[in-house]
Design a protein around this ligand. Sequence first.
Ligand SMILES: [Zn+2]
Length: 325
Amino acid sequence: MDLTQSEYDSIMREYEERRLYNAEVIRKRRLELEETLPAYFEIDKKISSASMDYFKSQLTSNKMDKEEYHKSIQRFTKEKESILEKAGYPTDYLEPIYDCKDCKDTGYIEGEKCHCLKQAAIKKLYPHTNLSNKYQNVSFKHFSLDYYDRNDNDAKTNLSSFDYAKNALDYCQDFVKNFNSTGGNILLYGNTGLGKTYLSTCIGLELLEQGYSVLYLTATQLLDVFEKKMKDRGTSARQDFMLLSEVDLLIIDDLGTEFQNSFNIPNVLDCINNRILSEKSTVISTNLNLRDLQTCYTERFISRIVENYKLLRLTGKDIRIQKNL
Ligand SMILES: [Zn+2]
């Protein structure tokens, strides 16, 4: 769960390599344009000397007008852009390049870890859970409601499997759309093969695409994380990198009975609780119904879930079986 010092160092080296590479690209572009577009660099010289004049004048009684100065810089900048455009280059051709504009490839924004750094840590620590590698064609628009019966209405709620699935799909799409402002948590529950993993994967992929850090773990992988942490305690220098509490979205897929006979139920509770307290979103999918969850994970767990999660139920017949018929 935590990065070792050498893992952290290796991520930081990658950032440095990225910065050096991008700086080199710009350096080469400048060299190329110095040959072909000397007029561009003439304006650069004019800008430097105008700046120099302005700052010198500030030390005298004959100060140049600030607004005038800014206007002249703007004019020069426009001129430079139009030179580039006329020669067929984009106007930002010589601007610094960043893989992540948010942190300018430093990994930090005002001392806080950037989403790209958290995602880099996820890749390093959980190479097999990398969402983008695993699921190529998974998206909300490929989620088909055709597999859900419109006429199998539940006696209590009078909702059909179709109604439940449509409701879940709509909710998940809105969740992604409003993630920045609303956040929140989701529990997807229902029998095997009804699309819970599919929906949670769609959420993860879309939020990754939007630049959030997303950690996707099956419940078994989560259990491994806790067990490994118990064993590894204090064995090596570690970066304080608590991904389970820091990622923007944690997906726990297929929460079942795996924790029931382990000492790790308090860890799951802590994990869920910490994320609620720090307003970080979590999506859990489970084959268990609410009563079974209570039996396996205590009443406190289920009450936290009911209070803080949107419960989305899926019903119907196993889609994988339907596809093979
Ligand atoms: Zn970044």
